[in-house]
Design a protein. Structure first.
Length: 171
């Protein structure tokens, strides 16, 4: 379990009235007495793709904050209405130019140092892709390349450093 604090919202997102605090028997929760809306903090979910070829892994260099100019495995947040595989196909195509052929869930990691989404979970997939030329989107990222896990580039996200460590141990 990670000790994280969810966003401390003060106002109701529906009526903009000030939230009050009640005890629901388990813990204190914020609620709006006017709308009868209760704030249940939830974590974000994301997917990450492990794409391997000849002993190397495919990574992209971030063009945006957080951790601009560091490298990461392709992936992104699951949008409303998507299932994780839909997100995986979309993100892999956007960030690498390649189509997902097969995907297998290998781990679920916790994103501990991403302030946009504290405590997010991401589904790590081993991904087989169709043959093609690698090309990243150029907006979110500024470079793409293959790396050996024992000689990784500079990585910002703690969970992606963990993936490198798992690879070095031989997943
Ligand atoms: Zn309200």
């Amino acid at each position: 379990m990670t000790k994280i604090k969810p966003p401390n919202y003060q106002f109701c997102p529906f009526c903009a009235g000030r939230l009050q605090v009640k005890d629901d028997g388990e813990r204190e929760r914020k609620f709006c007495p006017k709308c009868n809306w209760t704030y249940y903090p939830q974590v974000f979910t994301a997917v990450t793709a492990l794409i391997r070829k000849k002993g190397k892994v495919l990574m992209v260099k971030r063009g945006r904050e957080p951790f601009k100019d560091t490298w990461m495995f392709p992936g992104g947040f699951i949008e409303y209405g998507e299932n994780p595989l839909t997100t995986l196909r979309r993100e892999v195509k956007e960030e690498t130019g390649l189509w997902v052929k097969k995907a297998r869930l290998i781990d679920i990691l916790e994103g501990k140092n991403d302030l946009r989404a504290p405590g997010n979970f991401h589904f790590l997939y081993e991904v087989a892709v169709e043959e093609g030329e690698i090309k990243t989107d150029g907006v979110e990222n500024k470079d793409i390349g293959w790396f050996e896990a024992r000689k990784p580039p500079k990585i910002g996200f703690a969970s992606h450093i963990k993936i490198i460590k798992l690879l070095q141990r031989g997943i």
